[in-house]
Every structure is written in structure tokens, then in C-alpha cells.
Design a protein around this ligand. Structure first.
Ligand code: ADP
Length: 731
């Protein structure tokens, strides 16, 4: 693929257009969220929108385009352009096209400004499987159709290793069950041939019937033991797999999650682990037993009568051929089903995460429709997939009944001619029926093995991802730091080619309080993210007491940096547990002391269960001001040397505001503090203010110094003062 073209136009459209095409993009959903293809084409003179059949829907001359914008909403995005005549919505797209649309938007913006088309590298475009060319799903490099099965199996089997002895026991039990299951048909033969004869008085009958009962009982007991063992093994292996996935997720850097929808991981932790476990317990063990049972049955049948055995197996190749030829259909359907399932999970996750937005904009119906569409697709696909088996099984049964009919016919004739006994025929027919069990099991084998291996590969992918931010091999232990921060030539971008912070230099003495101010989007939070080492700088460095953050042991770093964030996240648990989050072994006394310093004690005491009151998921039962004070108490207890404050934007009533300010003033004392304040008045205590503008530090100094220079800070203060006057809140 030419790296300059996002989606190459089909030749027919290209010739019809007859213009110099600079860039083209194929979008996938319409304005109502339904799947439908549309082409957006950027030519030297215009932006042209075509429907899938090449009919022109829109044409906007480049000369009227001011800028292009791509916005992601819940579950779908919108590409639009601002023109001199107003905004125009060009197309909608699903999340998987985010990168492509963003590249297309950049192309429009560049061309509209008369610049060169931006160069596109492979990294800018969504990835496809290098083997089969199908698009790879968001968040994974695994193409379920092309995984290296052998490698995955070997690695998967490692999970069974700690349970080797029990696995072997399980296999032995199954073999015993299989062995015992071969006995009853033989006993039947003896009963029919030797006992139920005209001149026999049946003295043996009781013994044989009792043996039959005993064989069945033994089989049932062994099966129950084996079943329990299987469940025991399965739960433990699955527990280990889930633990590994979760540990791996926790270790990954924030940048990993920035690019992915987090909802998909819920499915991975649970479903994929289950698939892997099934492979290990049912798969491996059943495989051994099914193979032995198949071989044993064949041997028994051949021993009873080789001619009938050959007749019975005549149809087997037909069954095998049918399943192999069905395989490509099954594979594709199964793949589609899997993708739809992921999409369903993501849809639920996204809309629940954004439920406030959904409700606030009254978009419940739209979300329901979008979900319903994916849901119906899932219904359709699973009906077709499962329906396929429902059709195939009766077919297999029919084919196998052919063998049975042949055996009845020729076997029956032999019984009539007296060349075999009736008992032999009956035993033979019973074995024959047993033979089809494992056979059907094998015909479905490829299906679920592929399933399980793809799951395993996706899980290993997470486990193998090396976090961007990782501990240096020779990381320096720094259990006690003073709190001097030196930032030298720091540059950083979430996307490398799009810097968000540019050449930042700053020296901060221990115990100093730095206020970070600037317009929204200026890079303040990004700066904080780097200080916490959520990301590593692209250029330059951050030194803490003279040591680069990247060289400090992460544990030491995080134990000495405390954050009070704008949106306090409270975990599902009690108030006490939430305060003691960073120090779970804190005593009740320490927790209360922290709460008192944070001015939180009195409101906590008013809660129904005091410190033991449960706060719901995300702490819904507490007000914004209360949550903030819990966060302050958390930080007090954590007692970090470096403190990061991201002040809440929401206005609080004067009394709460006063209490929080008071608590913060106590908290920051003696600690190096970086505070982002949205209300500038709250930065009164700061030693210095640093003003960010488009990723650069443009001013630094005290409140008075900055006011006197009448620069960016002056503008911000003025705007806020005017705003508060309009609101009549007067600061
Ligand atoms: P501020 O805190 O000053 O409002 P931010 O640091 O949040 O600014 O954002 C600076 C720029 O970085 C913005 O253009 C924003 O869109 C971008 N940005 C922030 N977070 C991310 C992210 N996780 N991935 C990509 N871009 C981001």
C-alpha cells in the first residue's frame, strides 16, 4: 500500500472522479449509526463525498474550507469541516477508524492551509494482519485466524504444569472409565449367547446382571471423582490465568490504556481465561480419553467381527470430509461472532462509563438503538453459527446410521445363517453407537481449539507487552527524598510527532509551592503526568534530588508522591478504607488524625456508620467537597514529600471552600507542591506561579510580579475577575 493513501479508491470511482485525488477514506457508519460505506475524497480542488455506489453526495470547494475536525462521541465519531458558510458534517465512523479519520482530517487541514500533505507512516494507520490482511481489532495484534497454534499450545500447557500429578490422575481415571464402559456390551453378549438360551436355567444370569450393575456403578463413581477433580483443577488454573492477566494489566503504562477502550479488558480477563481453562482441563484430558476410547472401541469391534467392523467404518471418511469442508465456513462465522461479541462488550462499557453524558443529552434511545443493532447482529450470527451445527449433527447422524443399517443387514444375515451369535451382533451394535460419540467430539475439535488458542494468544499478548514506563535494571533506591525537582529541556507528546510540552525548564526547591496556571489544554495535567512518571519524556529529563525519575525505584517514587486529583476516585469500600488506600495498615488513630487535618472528621462522624460507612462505586453518596476532603485525608496519611494538587473546577459553597483551603494549607506545609488551580485566588499561598501556554512555560514569578508584567497571567486574572463579577460572587 502506498503509505500516502489511507484507503485506496476503487478504480471505477477513481476514473469517474477524473480529478487529482490527494487522499481518500472509506467510512463505515451513517448518521444513524447503521453500517454503511461512504467515501470521503480530498482532491486538489475540493472535498467530495460519495456513497458506496459512487454517487456524489456533497462537494465542498477547498477555497471555502477553514478547518476540519474529527470528534469521538460515545461509540461513534463525526468528521466535519468548518467552511466560510458554516459547519458541515461529512461522515460518521466507528471507533476502529479513529486513526484513519484523524489522518484524513490532518490531510484536509494541511491542504486547506496550502501546506504539503502530511506524510503518513504505517504507525498512523490501523493495522491489518500481515498474514491474511484482515483488519486487526482495536487493542490487539492478534489475528485469531493466524495464530501460531503450536507455540501457543506449548505455552498454555505451562499453566497445567503445577498440577501435573492431578492432571495425570484425572487422565487415568478417565481411562478407567473408558475401560469399564467397554465391559457392559461384552457382558450383554455373554448373557444373550450363554445364559438366555432355551436349556439354561439362568443360574449365571444373576451373577452377570450383578456384574453389569457393578460395572455401571464403578463407572458412575469414577466419573464423579474425575468430574470433581476436573472442576477443582479448572477453577485453580483459571484463577492463575486471571491473576496473571490482571497483574499484567496493572503493570502496563497509562499510554497503553490511552489507545484502547478499557471495556474490552473486562471481557478478556473473564472470557479468555475461561476459554484457556477449558482447553487445559476438558481439552487435554478429554482428548486423551477420546483417542483411547476410539482406539479401544475399534479394537473390540475388529475382534468381534472384522467384516462388520469394516462395514461400520465405511461412512467414517464421509463424516471427516464433511467436517473438514465445513471448516472454512465455521472459521469465518466464528471470527465474526467473536468480533461482534467484543463490540457488544465495548458498547456496554462505553455507554455505562459515559452514562451521565448519555442521560444529560437524552440520548438513551440512540444508545439503545446502537446496542440493539450490534445485539441483533450477534443474535443473527449466533443463530447461524449454532444453527449450522444443528443442521450438521443430524446429517452426521444420518451418515452414521448408514453404517448401522449395513451392520444390521449383513450382521442379521450372518446371525440367521448361524455364522455369528445374536449376542455378538448386539454387542457389536452397542460398540458401534459408542464409536460415534468420540467421532462427533473430534468433528468439533478444531472449532473450539481455535477458539481457545486465539483467547490464549490475546492473553499472552497482554502479558508480553512491555510497559513503556518500566523500572530501570539498576534502579536507585531512594526511600527518603528531600523534594528538590529540576526539569531540564523537557519535551513530550502523547503521540511522538505531536508535542504537548516543549522545552520546559524549571528548578523547584524542597518545600516550595508552585502554582501551575494556563488556559485549558495548555499542558498542565500533562506536566503533572510526567512528574508522577505516568509517562516518560521524549526529550530532556526530570531530576528528583539530582536523580533522573527514570532511574529511581518506582516503589520509592510513588510512595513519596501524593496526588489530590480534580475528580477524586473513591473505591467501593468504607470511608476508612478509602482514606487508608495508600497505607492499608494505618491505625484507626492515624486515620482519624488525617481526617481531622483534612477537615473531614466532623462530616464523617455525621455519616450513618461514621468511618465504616460504605461509599458506593465511585463514591456516589458523597458530595464533591466531601470527596475532596477524603482525598486530602488520604494524602495526609500517605505523607508524601512531593504533593500534586489538581483543584476541582466545580464551585463549592463558601464554608466548604474555606474548610478545604484550610485543609490544603495544612497539607502543603513543608512539602514540595505543584498545584493546578482553576480559580486563581486559591493560589495565594504559592511561592511561585508558572504560566503554561501551548505547552511552553511563558511566564514565571509571584502573583504580584506576574500581574505587573501584564502578560498571559494578567489576562487570565482579568478574565476571571470579570467572570466572577458577572456571576456576582466577587472574590
Ligand atoms: P491542561 O491540563 O492544561 O488543560 P492537558 O495537559 O490536559 O492540558 O492537555 C494538553 C494537550 O494534550 C491537549 O491538547 C490534550 O488534548 C492533549 N492530551 C491530554 N491527554 C492526552 C492523552 N491521554 N492522549 C493524547 N492527547 C492528550
Amino acid at each position: 500500500m502506498n503509505s500516502q493513501i489511507i484507503d485506496a479508491l476503487p478504480q471505477a470511482l477513481l476514473s469517474e472522479l477524473g480529478e487529482d485525488v490527494l487522499q481518500s477514506l472509506c467510512t463505515d457508519v451513517d448518521a444513524f449509526g447503521k453500517f454503511s460505506e461512504q467515501w470521503a475524497i480530498l482532491t486538489k480542488n475540493a472535498l467530495v463525498m460519495l456513497d458506496a455506489d459512487g454517487r456524489e453526495q456533497h462537494r465542498i470547494a477547498l477555497s471555502v474550507i477553514i478547518s476540519a475536525d474529527a470528534q469521538m462521541y460515545i461509540g461513534a465519531g463525526r468528521l466535519s469541516v468548518k467552511t466560510t458558510d458554516g459547519p458541515v458534517v461529512l461522515a460518521h465512523y466507528s471507533p476502529r477508524l479513529v486513526q484513519k479519520v484523524s489522518a484524513f482530517k490532518n490531510a484536509i487541514n494541511a491542504v486547506a492551509k496550502g501546506e504539503q500533505l502530511p506524510h503518513l507512516s504505517e504507525k498512523d494507520l490501523p493495522r491489518t494482519c500481515p498474514t491474511c490482511g484482515r483488519p486487526l481489532d482495536v487493542g490487539t495484534n492478534v489475528c485469531p485466524l493466524c495464530v501460531d497454534k503450536g507455540k501457543v499450545v506449548v505455552r498454555l500447557i505451562r499453566y497445567a504444569k503445577p498440577f501435573r500429578n492431578l492432571m495425570i490422575l484425572s487422565i487415568l481415571l478417565l481411562l478407567a472409565v473408558t475401560g469399564i464402559s467397554l465391559v457392559p456390551p461384552y457382558l450383554t453378549k455373554v448373557i444373550v449367547d450363554k445364559v438366555i438360551t432355551p436349556h439354561n436355567f439362568g443360574s449365571m444370569l444373576l451373577i452377570l446382571v450383578l456384574s453389569l450393575l457393578l460395572a455401571n456403578l464403578l463407572q458412575a463413581v469414577l466419573q464423579a471423582v474425575r468430574g470433581y477433580l476436573g472442576v477443582w483443577l479448572g477453577s485453580r488454573m483459571m484463577g492463575n490465568i486471571r491473576r496473571d492477566i490482571y497483574d499484567a494489566l496493572m503493570k502496563l503504562s497509562l499510554s497503553y490504556f490511552d489507545k484502547r477502550q478499557t471495556s474490552q479488558f473486562i471481557g478478556r480477563v473473564n472470557n479468555d481465561a475461561q476459554q484457556m481453562q477449558q482447553f487445559l482441563t476438558d481439552g487435554l484430558i478429554m482428548m486423551t480419553s477420546q483417542v483411547t476410547s476410539l482406539v479401544a472401541i475399534i479394537v473390540m469391534m475388529l475382534r468381534l467381527n472384522w467384516f462388520l467392523a469394516v462395514l461400520a467404518f465405511i461412512t467414517t471418511p464421509l463424516i471427516l470430509i464433511t467436517s473438514i469442508s465445513l471448516w472454512p465456513f465455521v472459521r469465518l462465522r466464528w471470527y465474526r461472532l467473536w468480533r461482534t461479541r467484543v463490540r457488544l462488550n465495548v458498547l456496554v462499557g462505553d455507554s455505562l462509563n459515559g452514562i451521565r453524558v448519555v442521560k444529560a443529552f437524552g440520548q438513551e434511545q440512540m444508545e439503545e438503538d446502537r446496542y440493539q443493532e450490534a445485539n441483533l447482529r450477534m443474535v443473527d450470527l449466533s443463530t447461524r453459527m449454532d444453527g449450522l451445527w444443528q443442521g450438521v449433527f443430524p446429517l452426521f447422524n444420518f451418515i452414521s446410521s448408514f453404517g448401522t443399517v449395513l451392520v444390521w443387514f449383513f450382521g442379521g444375515r450372518e446371525v440367521l445363517h448361524g455364522s455369528i451369535t445374536l449376542g455378538t451382533l448386539m454387542a457389536f451394535i452397542t460398540y458401534l453407537n459408542m464409536f460415534f460419540g468420540p467421532l462427533q467430539w473430534f468433528s468439533q475439535l478444531i472449532n473450539w481449539v481455535t477458539n481457545a488458542l486465539a483467547s490464549a494468544e490475546r492473553v499472552f499478548e497482554i502479558i508480553d507487552t512491555i510497559p513503556d514506563v518500566r523500572e530501570a535494571a539498576d534502579a536507585v533506591p531512594m526511600p527518603l527524598i528531600e523534594g528538590r525537582v529540576e526539569i531540564e529541556g523537557l519535551s513530550f507528546g502523547y503521540e511522538r510527532h505531536h508535542p504537548v510540552l516543549k522545552n520546559i525548564n524549571l528548578q523547584v526547591e524542597p518545600g516550595e509551592m508552585i502554582g501551575l496556571v494556563g488556559h485549558s489544554g495548555a499542558g498542565k495535567s500533562t506536566f503533572i503526568n510526567l512528574l508522577c512518571r505516568f509517562y516518560d519524556p521524549n526529550e530532556g529529563s526530570i531530576l528528583l534530588d539530582g536523580t533522573d525519575l527514570r532511574d529511581i525505584r518506582q516503589e520509592d517514587l510513588h510512595s513519596q508522591i501524593g496526588v489530590v486529583l480534580q475528580e477524586t476516585f473513591l473505591f467501593d469500600g468504607t470511608v476508612k478504607e478509602n482514606i487508608a488506600y495508600a497505607k492499608p495498615d494505618a491505625s484507626q488513630y492515624e486515620i482519624m488524625r488525617a481526617a481531622k487535618i483534612a477537615n473531614a472528621h466532623s462530616f464523617i462522624m455525621r455519616l450513618t456508620d461514621g468511618y465504616d460507612t460504605r461509599v458506593g462505586e465511585r463514591g456516589h453518596r458523597l458530595s464533591g467537597g466531601e470527596k475532596q476532603r477524603i482525598a486530602i485525608a488520604r494524602a495526609v496519611l500517605h505523607d508524601p514529600r512531593i504533593l500534586i494538587l489538581d483543584e476541582a473546577t466545580a464551585s463549592l459553597d463558601t464554608e466548604t471552600e474555606r474548610q478545604i483551603q484550610e485543609a490544603l494549607a495544612r497539607l502543603v506545609k513543608g512539602r514540595t507542591t505543584f498545584a493546578i488551580a482553576h480559580r486563581l485566588s486559591t493560589l495565594r499561598n504559592a511561592n511561585r506561579l508558572v504560566v503554561f501556554e501551548r505547552g511552553e512555560i511563558v511566564e514565571a514569578g509571584t502573583h504580584e510580579e506576574l500581574l505587573s508584567t501584564e502578560g498571559v497571567y494578567y489576562g487570565l486574572v482579568k478574565a476571571q475577575t470579570e467572570l466572577s463579577q458577572i456571576r456576582g460572587v466577587g472574590e
